[in-house]
Structures are given as C-alpha cells and as structure tokens.
Ligand binder design. Structure first.
Ligand SMILES: [Fe+2]
Ligand SMILES: [Fe+2]
Ligand SMILES: [Fe+2]
Ligand SMILES: [Fe+2]
Length: 431
C-alpha cells in the first residue's frame, strides 16, 4: 500500500447506519484464536485513538482544528463499536480474559523480535513474562468456575505455564518508569511498536477494571484486582518509553499511522473473509484520518510528515504461535527485576532496600490471589491447569525456585508442590 498516495474514504462517507455499524460476531469455538486476538487488539487501538483526541481537544482553542478532530473521533468511536461488538454474546468474561492475555503474550513476543532498539526490546521481554503468568493464573479459574478448557480459546497456540509469579509483578512505580526514546533518533517502527503495545495494555487494564466484579467468587475478584494493578504498571512502563517532547501533531500522526498499519496487518493476516472485508474498509477510513493528520502537520508545524512516519508500511501486529521464543525468555529471564536505579538485575542481587519489597509485603500479606488460584486447583484436581510440552511442564518447580524472592505471600505454592505435579496427569483438568 502506498499510503502517501492513497487518500482513502472521504470523512462524510464514514458515517454508517446502525445496521452497518453492528455486524454479526465471530463464533466463540470455531473462530481462529488469532481472529479473536486481532479483534481484541483493534478494539484497544480504537479506544486509544478516540481517547487521545478527547484529551487534546479539551486543551485546544483553535475552532477549525477542534471541529475536524471532533468529527474524526466520532468515527473512531463508531469503528470501536463495530470491532468490539464482533465479540460473541456467549464468550464469557473469563474466555475474553484468556484472549486478552493471549494478545499480550503473542503480540509482545512478535514486537520484541521485530524491535531494533535493544532497550525497548528488553522492556518488551520483561513485560512478556508477566502477561504469560497472568494467562496461567486466569486459566485455573476458567477451568474451576466456567468448566472451560483454556485451549477452547487458545487453540494450543500459546502455552499455559508458570513464569515470573504474579505476586512479584507489583512494584514501586518509580522504578517502573523507563527511559524514553529520543524522538529525533528513534525510528518510526519503534514508535509504532510502542504505541501498539500501550493501546493493548491500556485496554486490558480497562477490561479487568470494568469486568472483574462480574463473578461472585471472591478469590477470582481478587485475582482481577491483582492483575488489574499489574496492567496499570504495564501501561506506565510502556508509556514512559515515549518521548514527552513529541508535539500533539506528531502524536496525532503516529496514532493514525499506527491505526492504519495495524488494520493493514490484520487485513493481510485474517483468514475469515467477512472480517477481512471489515479490516479493508477500516484501512480506507484510516487512510483519510492519516491524510488529515499529514495536512495539519504541514499546515501548523510546516514540516513533512515523512520525517516522522517514514514512507513504508510497518507490521506491528502479526500473530502466530510464539511458544519457542517465549520458552527461551522464561528460562533465561524469569529471575529478572527492575532495580532501584532503573537497570535490570536478578533476584539474588537485590539488596534489603529494594523499594518493591514494601509494596509486595503490603498487598500480599493476607495471601496473593494469584497463588490462591493454584491452591484451589490443587484442592480440586490435584495439580495446576498447565498446557505445554513435557519438558517445560517438568521444569515448573525450577522456574519457580529461580524466581522466588526472599519475601513471599503466606499462601505461596512451594517447589516441592510443583514437583509433585509430575505424578498427576496434566490433562486431569479435563476429568
Ligand atoms: Fe480508527
Ligand atoms: Fe496481563
Ligand atoms: Fe500486561
Ligand atoms: Fe483514525
């Protein structure tokens, strides 16, 4: 696609009828798992595109520009409805939650392998292990509460296994603030990659904050509260990679370009012909938004947008199974933490004054919900719900041991318990 030449669909044609806005959902069991992850991601991308324009317009006194942004953001909102409501009514909150964490794992793994900036890549790998562990914790409840095999949703494309335990994801926010890229040196791909991940993590946070109370089980509610707090940290971590000196016009350009690149990537990859057509139409709409942003950047800042977004498409959201890459990161980096000075360190080298100890002690002193999930599974089926190859399954005790801190929640599962899972069939959750 030559996005600098193609102008897309005129804005006045982008207002649709309700029948065109609300489309038939995909099928909960039959849809490809990555049809679901693309849809979840694009919902997050639209929410970010819409929210950004609201924040900006609130501080704006240029009537002409205000009118344009108000018109475009209404379309972002309509696009968001179309995309999010492709969710089938019978996809439970926990089903959708597994989808959200599958997005986080496989998207972050893709981005980490396609990121030129080594510091940004390291940050992606660090977050990846945490979302991977969230998927493991939620999978226990999907089985215990909804009687769901996680692979109904994951299609065995993503493993379910312990990583850095969720009780260790709660940090002093001060140490989660990352170093920002320099807007004049970072390339367009780095900027688009980061904005894509911010959008995904922000929407994951919002979904948990809005839906965690929908289960009566207090342990599950507490798990949503616990992981919601981690997603808030993830938004902080990825958001602070962005140079705060970017002007609103630069940010607008990057938002529209990210939307276009993501939709185009989805259009290229989507096997469901009906949904592929929706992505094609969305690309046409985003092309128009992007050209508004390009024109305004030229008009208000007298600069050429190509300096910011380049002249080539970027592929920020290709989904495929990433088991091999993820396993490698688990084995090598499960004991990694962010130290006081913002650099990475390993658990064994943290000193007594590491600021996250205080936070972790405060939030887990009555027991960590993420450990409770495994305790409940042990009481029910004699082990955890875990899906991976035999070698990884047998390593769970060692992964835990490598990641344990000197401090732990009172209900923490021991290495001995993990090792005892070897005697119970890993499919026992399918009773
Ligand atoms: Fe949009
Ligand atoms: Fe997560
Ligand atoms: Fe996350
Ligand atoms: Fe847009």
């Amino acid at each position: 696609m030559d996005f600098l030449k193609e102008k897309g669909m005129p804005l006045e044609k982008q207002v649709k009828s309700w029948h065109e806005i609300v489309k038939r959902p995909f099928n909960r069991e039959l849809a490809d798992c990555y049809t679901r992850t693309r849809q979840i991601l694009m919902n997050g991308i639209e929410i970010e595109a819409w929210g950004f324009k609201h924040c900006w317009v609130r501080k704006m006194d240029d009537p002409e520009l205000k009118k344009l942004l108000v018109n475009i953001r209404r379309i972002e909102d309509i696009q968001q409805t179309t995309i999010n409501w492709l969710t089938p009514y019978n996809q439970s909150v926990l089903d959708t939650t597994l989808g959200y964490e599958q997005v986080a794992v496989d998207l972050t793994a893709w981005l980490a392998q396609n990121e030129d900036d080594s510091y940004v890549k390291e940050t992606f790998d660090f977050g990846l292990l945490e979302d991977f562990d969230h998927l493991y914790r939620y999978s226990q409840f999907a089985n215990l509460v909804d009687d769901v095999d996680p692979n109904i949703i994951l299609h065995e494309s993503t493993d379910v296994l312990i990583a850095r335990p969720t009780q260790y994801h709660h940090n002093s926010n001060a140490i989660r603030i990352r170093n920002a890229y320099d807007k004049n040196k970072a390339n367009a791909k780095t900027k688009v990659n980061i904005l894509t991940l911010i959008s995904a993590e922000q929407q994951t946070h919002n979904f948990y904050a809005e839906h965690g109370f929908m289960y009566g089980n207090p342990d599950l509610k507490r798990l949503y509260a616990e992981i919601c707090d981690v997603e808030e940290e993830h938004v902080t971590m990825y958001e602070t990679l962005v140079d705060s000196n970017e002007s609103p016009f630069e940010k607008w350009l990057l938002h529209e370009f990210t939307e276009l690149c993501c939709y185009y990537n989805c259009y290229k990859d989507e096997p469901d012909e009906r949904i592929k057509l929706i992505y094609e139409q969305m690309c046409q709409m985003e092309l128009n938004h992007l050209h508004s942003a390009i024109d305004c950047y030229q008009k208000y800042e007298k600069k050429d947008a190509v300096e910011i977004i380049g002249d080539k498409m970027i592929y920020p959201c290709h989904f495929e199974s990433q088991k091999e890459y993820v396993n490698k990161v688990i084995v090598n980096e499960v004991n990694k933490r962010v130290d006081k000075d913002g650099t990475y360190n390993t658990v064994d080298k943290l000193d007594e004054s590491w600021p996250s100890y205080k936070i972790q002690e405060a939030v887990s002193r009555d027991g960590a919900p993420s450990e409770q999930a495994i305790n409940l599974a042990i009481n029910s089926i004699g082990r955890d719900v875990a899906c991976a190859d035999e070698k990884m399954l047998k390593m769970q005790g060692d992964i835990l041991e490598k990641s344990l801190e000197k401090q732990k929640a009172p209900n923490t599962i021991s290495k001995k318990q993990y090792d005892s899972f070897r005697d119970v069939c890993p499919k026992s959750y399918l009773y």
